[in-house]
Design a protein around this ligand. Structure first.
Ligand SMILES: [Ca+2]
Length: 488
């Protein structure tokens, strides 16, 4: 063991009364005791942080029908399921840049989705770093396993963010922090054995019945939408199988009862109102936390808890550093959302969307426990243009829209976005009834508008769109790249 005295002292807070008695009696209570040189001190917990892709709260434990997710459901049954957890951006690069630093995307120069020449990536602001550094400083071995996507919008910092990329090698170290990533729920557009291009990988073990899927009311009900949503849900079944194997391996290694497990997504699924949008489908992520009994203390939750606190992806950094007994840097925006020193729930969470590829937009949102306010700064755009164009389900919906065959809720996707949107999430969870012009809600609207403005000022969100000349050059290079790829 290579933990300094300070870290060891901090780890003592994890001793439960029962364990303290056992230790006093000289019992070896776990497989870890031997690694502690026989001192009997409770070790700091391992932290296994499972990061999944483009996913919503679509597991059986969240109430979704027709999926087969026994492993995630079991984690939720043994731990806590969070129903109001949000990312800060609705697409990979800004979201990941944000949760890996504990800062909002624009604070780390990453509000736009990926930076290509001639736009230059910037280094992180002075003093800001990837949060894994603070866990390493607290004595943790830092692992990065599974799918190796970083996708940060800033230059990689000089301090190495990860030490070990091999799961078996990492789990030899105690305590470890592992960011274990799965790509499965990301769209792949691969040819299947029948030669047909499938948007997602299949899960033959647990297929999803497309006809039985419950579509959200804003989704045009077409065979294309059912196929895409069904394929996406089937991928969640596939993801669940893989997470099950990972947990089985953790158990086989004797580490399950010594590891805190956190499962979360990076942004919403690539379907209507999902990835690319600040609606619930775009930024509300699944979040499941399991704490082994030996690290559960009075302030922590009991197994099977449903937690409706507002939690941000920004909270991961602060929470993990705290679990490791490290020092949380002052610049971080997040709070400790569980564990010792848990901090109170925030009144508001903020999210943003800017340029995605060549799709320029600028939207901001603030949500409270009850309401969500969205500000759309670029006018004259539809959701269709803003996100899912060239996707079969969206195109099929457009055909019906042109024929006047969509409901009001479905048609909104193909109509100009309003400048301001206000939703009562309690009464209207699908965000169908925009209250921004409702006289009865002007006070709420004004309050959220001011809250967003204050946040804009405090966090230095300049919101400026990029230089049009640089964007035009980037578009030219992007199209060149696309043409070259098509020729292959
Ligand atoms: Ca993603």
């Amino acid at each position: 063991m290579n933990i300094d005295l300070q870290t060891k002292m901090k780890s003592l807070r994890w001793i439960t009364p029962g364990l303290a008695l056992a230790l006093a009696a000289g019992f070896s209570t776990s497989a870890c005791a031997a690694e502690d040189g026989g001192s009997g001190a409770a070790k700091s917990p391992n932290i296994l942080w499972i990061v999944t892709e483009d996913i919503g709260c679509d597991m059986a434990c969240y109430g979704t029908k027709g999926v087969h997710t026994p492993n995630l459901d079991q984690l939720a049954a043994e731990g806590a399921i969070y129903t109001r957890a949000y990312t800060t951006a609705s697409i990979c690069s800004p979201s990941r840049s944000s949760f890996m630093t504990g800062m909002y995307p624009h604070q780390v120069f990453s509000k736009n989705m990926r930076i290509r020449e001639p736009l230059k990536k910037k280094a992180l602001p002075a003093g800001v770093d990837i949060f894994t550094r603070y866990l390493r400083e607290a004595g943790y071995a830092i692992g990065f396993c599974g799918h190796g996507k970083k996708d940060w919008g800033f230059l990689e910092p000089k301090t190495k963010p990860y030490d070990i990329m091999d799961w078996d090698a990492l789990t030899q170290k105690q305590p470890f922090f592992c960011q274990y990533q799965f790509y499965d729920t990301h769209r792949v557009n691969k040819k299947g054995p029948d030669g047909k291009v499938r948007p997602f990988l299949a899960c033959p073990e647990h297929p999803v019945d497309r006809a039985a899927i419950e579509l959200h009311p804003y989704t045009p009900d077409t065979p294309e939408a059912r196929e895409e949503l069904g394929a996406y849900l089937e991928n969640i079944n596939l993801l669940d199988l893989k997470i099950g194997k990972l947990i089985a391996d953790l158990k086989a290694k004797g580490l399950y009862e010594n590891s805190i497990i956190v499962v979360m997504g990076d942004n919403g699924p690539p379907i209507f109102r999902g990835k690319g949008f600040l609606y619930e489908r775009g930024i509300r992520m699944p979040l499941i936390v399991r704490i082994p009994e030996r690290f559960r203390q009075k302030t922590a939750f009991s197994p099977g808890t449903r937690n409706d606190e507002l939690v941000s992806a920004l909270d991961m950094a602060a929470t993990f550093i705290n679990l490791a007994g490290g020092k949380i840097p002052d610049y971080m925006e997040g709070r400790i959302f569980f564990g010792p020193n848990k901090q109170p729930e925030l009144e508001y969470l903020f999210a943003m969307r800017d340029r995605h590829g060549m799709n320029v937009d600028r939207c901001r949102s603030v949500c409270s426990k009850r309401y969500k306010y969205i500000r759309n700064y670029v006018r004259g755009m539809t959701c269709f243009e803003n996100g899912l164009n060239n996707v079969a389900a969206a195109n099929a919906g457009e055909r019906l829209f042109k024929q006047g065959k969509l409901s009001t809720a479905q048609a909104a996707y193909y109509q100009e976005k309003p400048g301001e949107e206000l939703y009562d999430l309690e009464k209207d969870p699908f965000e169908l009834n925009n209250l921004a012009k409702d006289p009865a809600h002007q006070k709420v609207l004004a309050k959220l508008r001011v809250t967003l403005e204050k946040w804009t000022e405090r966090t230095g969100d300049d919101g400026e769109l990029e230089d049009p000349a640089a964007l035009a050059e980037m578009e030219r290079l992007f199209n060149e790249f696309k043409r070259a790829r098509q020729k292959k």
